[in-house]
Design a protein around this ligand. Structure first.
Ligand code: SF4
Length: 310
């Protein structure tokens, strides 16, 4: 995956947490110590071009493989930056036909690539998705507010946001911001979050544990406190996926579990994400048990003391 940063991120690249997420390093080629290119088996479950149907009631649409900037830890490192994911009008029709033939799919997630970075195709998809009666819930995953906040002044994005707002009036609509470090929450990014809060959507966040970047309790406590105060609900905190080329970002599960336990003990329930491992071979997202239960009879409280259940 080629290095790609926006001018906005270049200006921030003096910050270690930004540089480490976006600047290519010579460590990468030697870091391919993990065996999978596609551990979530998305390619295997791609039922028509751009549509991944892995779980019975949910489907993922990969809007494109294009993003404003390339995160070095991206799970889809094998695809991002290529044109292979560009969807034609025929592809969009095939996606809608499949969804209509599968009314058990009630929840559709638009991802990619970044759907807000490709507002044209995302608008085309949403215009049709919103009219499929069996699709009850829509979600969009994005990192654009943190990579190119100035883009939210563009007419194409303003029009897409209006469509999201209009759709959110009829169906629950979730925007999932991918945020990993408090340094990403600049004044410009926070202004975009304020703008998104005006829409009829629920704002959630997702974070990936990144070794040496955010795998510290204080960093994540600060991140989640700031997101919560900004009206964003932290949703998932992922262990970095087992993907070829990004192994140097994957941290120690015991360390991450200890951090997630401490976050749970100190943050409000709404401000605390669920620590997740997306099990390879496409077996799904597994919540990691935290260090609150010692055995079948006892629990461990927020102060580390043991108590019987009853
Ligand atoms: S914005 Fe998301 S899809 Fe794009 S490179 Fe970053 S993590 Fe991957």
């Amino acid at each position: 995956m080629k290095e790609k940063l926006t001018p906005y991120l270049k200006n921030l690249s003096g910050l270690p947490a930004i540089a480490a997420q976006y600047l290519a390093t010579t460590a990468e080629p030697n870091a391919c110590d993990l065996e999978y290119d596609d551990p979530l088996l998305e390619d295997e479950h791609e039922v028509v071009k751009g549509l991944v149907h892995k779980y019975p009631n949910r489907a993922l649409i990969k809007v494109s493989y294009q993003c404003a900037a390339h995160c070095r830890f991206c799970t889809r490192i094998r695809q991002i930056g290529t044109n292979a994911g560009n969807l034609t009008a025929t592809d969009v029709s095939s996606i809608m036909e499949y969804l209509t033939r599968h009314p058990e799919i009630d929840d559709v997630i638009l991802s990619g690539g970044d759907p807000l970075y490709s507002p044209g195709i995302t608008t085309q998809l949403l215009e049709q998705l919103r009219h499929i009666p069996s699709v009850n819930v829509l979600r969009i995953g994005t990192r654009l507010p943190l990579q190119l906040p100035g883009a939210f002044q563009r007419n194409t994005i303003k029009e897409l946001l209006s469509l999201i707002d209009e759709t959110g009036k009829k169906k629950p609509f979730f925007i999932l911001l991918h945020v990993n470090h408090p340094d990403e929450l600049t004044t410009e990014a926070m202004d975009v979050i304020k703008l998104l809060r005006q829409l009829r959507v629920t704002l959630l966040s997702q974070t990936v544990f990144l070794k040496g970047i955010n795998d510290e309790y204080d960093v994540l406590h600060d991140l989640y406190t700031r997101l919560y105060h900004a009206g964003v609900i932290p949703y998932y905190l992922y262990h970095c996926d087992d993907v070829n080329g990004i192994g140097h970002f994957a941290g120690d599960i015991a360390k991450e579990t200890a951090i997630a336990t401490r976050l749970t003990a100190t943050l409000s329930g709404i401000a605390c994400p669920t620590y997740i491992i997306d099990i390879k071979n496409g077996h799904g997202k597994i919540p990691v048990p935290l260090n609150f239960i010692s055995d079948r009879k006892n629990t461990i409280d927020f102060n580390g003391k043991m108590h019987e259940y009853h």
